[in-house]
Design a protein around this ligand. Structure first.
Ligand SMILES: NCc1[nH]cc(CCC(=O)O)c1CC(=O)O
Length: 320
């Protein structure tokens, strides 16, 4: 048991959660960490408009999955909100504190294809579904002659489209499959060189009310993972500097890596790659890439620097 948990023993912490299988798995992960630290936990279901609609995310708006859970937090109906970090808008929410970022799952995207096929094995003309402009533009840029089509729906619905033969393949977050025990369906995990994940993909954001300092400290000591927080800070700084959100054609991945300093000593650095799809004349799309490395203490600056580089290359007019 941690020292901080000591003051929380006997207290029941209410965690707001959406009812989807992925959301329940995510809140379950945080609930177990708190229980292991000696807290008792209650899961409080919250319905959101995003779960009830199957309209494209671009139409129903960023934050559609997260705002109802935040509302429950602000109204004091729950003490903690857990979100897929990549679904959170980049602007901070008044009254709400980001108390912890839990250790990231594998952030890469995954292919689920018929007959166990990999991306390179799909014949030209194969139909590949994804709802994300980021994935669509990067898939098309691979030049494999795939027919990339927009789809939406929860993970089960998307997987069903391959199972039924309606699509040859789909691309989705590996983390979502891992958390819902379906890693075995993946036919290929995509290398970030082919497909950079969404900023913060695979990480969970755990929020409290700004005035609930006890819960904030508890989460910091029990849940927060420093390497994940640093990486995600850089990735989201890039997204914010491009004035883009989770449905933008923007990918970013920052990783803590070991490097040698000028004296030859091993130091940890933050290595980052970014991609943006820009609209050009006519209907064509141009993929822009940038990468750089910085000290871990300069995560935010690294993200903004890569964004500036992408803007210089033409990321001001993002593709859709
Ligand atoms: N946009 C929906 C969403 N939000 C978080 C995940 C998966 C978990 C994660 O990325 O952390 C998914 C599904 C997907 O993109 O396939």
């Amino acid at each position: 048991m941690t020292e901080t948990a000591g003051t929380n023993v006997g207290r029941t912490i209410r965690i707001g959660t959406r009812g989807s299988r992925l959301a329940m798995a995510q809140t379950g992960t945080i609930a177990r960490m708190l229980e292991d630290a000696g807290c008792s936990v209650e899961l409080v279901p919250v319905a959101t408009p995003g779960d009830q609609s199957s309209a494209p995310i671009a139409e129903i708006g960023v934050g559609v999955f997260t705002s109802a859970v935040r509302q429950a937090l602000l109204e004091g109906r729950v003490d903690i909100a857990v979100h897929s970090f990549k679904d959170l808008p980049t602007a901070p929410e008044p009254g709400i504190a980001l108390a912890a970022v839990s250790k990231r799952e594998d952030p890469r995207d995954a292919l689920v294809a018929r007959d166990g096929l990999t991306l390179g094995e799909l014949p030209p003309g194969s139909t590949v579904g994804t709802g994300s402009p980021r994935r669509m533009t990067q898939l098309r840029a691979l030049g494999l002659g795939l027919n990339v089509v927009p789809i939406r729906g929860n993970i089960d619905r998307r997987l069903g489209m391959v199972e039924s033969g309606e699509l040859d393949a789909i691309v989705l977050a590996r983390a979502g499959l891992a958390r819902t025990d379906r890693i075995g369906l993946i036919t290929e995990t995509l290398d970030p060189i082919q497909m950079l994940p969404a900023p913060a993909q695979g990480a969970l954001a755990v929020e409290t009310r700004v005035d609930d300092v006890d819960t904030e400290h508890l989460l910091q000591s029990v849940v927060d993972d420093e390497a994940t927080r640093v990486a995600v800070t850089a990735e989201r700084a890039l997204l914010a500097a491009l004035e883009a959100g989770c449905s933008a054609p923007v990918g970013a991945l920052a990783e803590v890596v070991e490097d040698l300093n000028s004296e030859g000593a091993v130091v940890e650095r933050l290595s980052m790659r970014g991609v943006a799809a820009a609209a050009t004349e006519g209907d064509s799309v141009q993929i822009l890439r940038a990468s750089a490395t910085a000290d871990k203490s300069e995560a935010d600056k690294l993200g903004r620097m890569l964004a500036a580089e992408l803007l210089d290359l033409g990321a001001g007019a993002l593709a859709r």
